[in-house]
Ligand binder design. Structure first.
Ligand SMILES: *[C@@H]1O[C@H](CO)[C@@H](O)[C@H](O)[C@H]1NC(C)=O
Ligand SMILES: *[C@@H]1O[C@H](CO)[C@@H](O)[C@H](O)[C@H]1NC(C)=O
Ligand SMILES: *[C@@H]1O[C@H](CO)[C@@H](O)[C@H](O)[C@H]1NC(C)=O
Ligand SMILES: *[C@@H]1O[C@H](CO)[C@@H](O)[C@H](O)[C@H]1NC(C)=O
Length: 462
């Protein structure tokens, strides 16, 4: 799907003809080229598949999945900060002199079955999947020609992980996104540029830009999830040069979506959609498309063996976050971390499948929905979405007396009210003090279509 703007921009050559015909505006749009500056790059309309998608799965996978302890920032905590916990973990469990690079060969991905992962992601109801192509450790999950001896083809799996997962994901008509860290904690050229106050661009020229262009040309991602931008300005990264190429001339120019992490102070201000901070939860409807990224293991994005049950978000919590995010116009990107041998822990499978089960009934109120006039009732236990003239109210707590009270919808005489997953119309009434009263079906919990977050569908309301 493309937005109308995208179609007209893709129309092509007859600039002169259009000018002759006097349609200056469409000529401008037909030949719209973005220049490498924020006002131009920011003016690009977001391809509309992204807003419709609503739910994606984020996958953090790399050499950090080998120590699998603490978090995916393992190397930084150990060598960058010299954190005592991490130093002790290493001295207790590894021989003296063992380096982070020595974890590389143990990242085997031995049981990685991309079809299997893709089946799981499909069953979760995700419309896009974002894989870490390269995290801050610099290890590339594809055979990057400029990541000598620190990539998944030469070391560890001896496979092209980015390519293999992409093929499986796309077979299922799921959009494929790539996470890419601009900076690398310990790359010598990055450290040199940093020492030079980011007045030199050795690292950008030798690593960042060649790899970004390679990722786009090779894998044609639908989304680039940029990160690791916060130490240096976008002018160091040449971010607007890359983005203007991406939007003007790249093989994905019409469909690609990017986030907002492209240099100091870009977050929440520049780029495509906004992530703002991790786990961003605005309190009001933002005026710019956004995405909330969060992770099932609340303490880590990468897999870690010391995860405790108490750290794992439960199903009701995950679904409530998804509902709230979508009501506020956002997308929900939920992360899981696979193991070093390419397996996804059953607890993560269970959480993803729970979302899929819920979306199977409630997806009508989520996918391709738009925020409604009101986002939630005052106590935040009812959230609204809409689709054309249909209004959906998703309620998180089943009222004890079986009567759901909604203040915001104004009913007309033709109003019709149902619950998704249940065929028959629900009875309702209104009164001036309480607003709309909906009499919920007197079913036992086991007969309800979903276990949490039930959806009321209303037509003929304003
Ligand atoms: C949704 O439910 C239908 C009918 O039970 C089933 O065939 C389908 O596989 C389910 N889809 C998901 C994503 O669970
Ligand atoms: C960054 O962009 C400037 C201006 O377009 C260009 O002169 C420079 O070579 C670029 N640097 C890198 C590392 O690509
Ligand atoms: C980022 O914003 C802060 C606060 O407004 C400002 O002090 C700083 O100079 C900005 N940094 C850059 C690189 O623009
Ligand atoms: C929150 O408000 C709704 C709508 O007014 C009401 O039905 C529900 O009982 C309230 N829930 C809680 C937990 O207060």
């Amino acid at each position: 799907p493309r937005s109308p703007e995208m179609k007209s921009r893709a129309m092509g050559v007859p600039l002169l003809l259009l000018v002759v015909l006097g349609s200056a505006e469409s000529a401008f749009r037909a030949h719209r080229r973005y220049t490498p500056d924020w006002p131009s790059v920011d003016s690009r309309p977001l391809p509309d598949w992204f807003d419709k998608a609503k739910f994606g799965v984020f996958v953090h996978w790399g050499v950090f999945s080998v120590p699998a302890w603490g978090s995916e920032w393992f190397w930084w905590h150990w060598k960058g900060q010299g954190s005592p916990d991490y130093m002790r973990f290493m001295s207790d469990n590894y021989p003296p002199g063992f380096s982070y690079a020595d974890f590389g060969p143990q990242f085997t991905a031995h049981f990685f079955d991309p079809e299997n992962w893709a089946d799981l992601f499909q069953a979760s109801g995700a419309k896009y999947v974002v894989l870490t192509a390269k995290h801050h450790e610099g290890f590339t999950n594809w055979p990057s020609p400029v990541s000598w001896n620190w990539n998944s083809k030469d070391v560890g799996p001896h496979r092209d992980l980015v390519g293999e997962l992409g093929t499986a994901i796309r077979k299922r008509n799921i959009r494929y996104g790539l996470y890419h860290s601009l900076f690398e904690w310990f790359h010598p050229l990055y450290l040199l540029d940093k020492k030079n106050g980011f007045k030199t661009q050795h690292f950008v020229a030798a690593k960042t830009m060649p790899e970004l262009y390679d990722l786009v040309n090779r894998y044609k991602p639908d989304l680039i999830w940029s990160d690791g931008d916060w130490e240096s300005p976008d002018t160091y990264w040449n971010s607007t040069d890359f983005l203007s190429w991406l939007y003007n001339d790249s093989p994905v120019k019409d469909e690609v979506v990017v986030n907002d992490r492209w240099g100091v102070n870009c977050s929440c201000q520049h780029g495509g959609y906004y992530n703002c901070e991790d786990r961003f939860q605005p309190s009001r409807l933002p005026d710019h498309k956004w995405e909330m990224c969060t992770t099932v293991d609340r303490q880590s994005w990468g897999y870690r063996r010391n995860m405790m049950m108490a750290d794992v978000a439960d199903e009701a919590e995950i679904i409530a976050e998804l509902v709230q995010t979508v009501s506020l116009g956002g997308n929900y990107l939920l992360n899981i971390g696979p193991t070093k041998d390419g397996l996804i822990a059953p607890i993560f499978q269970e959480r993803l499948l729970a979302v899929g089960k819920w979306l199977n009934i409630s997806g009508e109120a989520v996918y391709a929905s738009k925020p409604w006039r009101v986002q939630s009732e005052k106590n935040a236990s009812v959230w609204y979405t809409s689709k054309g003239s249909v209004v959906y109210a998703i309620f998180l707590h089943w009222p004890e007396n079986g009567v759901l009270n909604l203040q915001s919808p104004k009913t007309t005489s033709s109003a019709q009210i149902t619950m998704l997953g249940i065929q028959k119309d629900l009875k309702w009434s209104t009164n001036p003090q309480e607003g709309l009263l909906i009499y919920l079906p007197p079913s036992p919990p086991s007969a309800l279509p979903v276990e949490f977050a039930w959806t009321i569908k209303m037509t003929g309301v304003e």
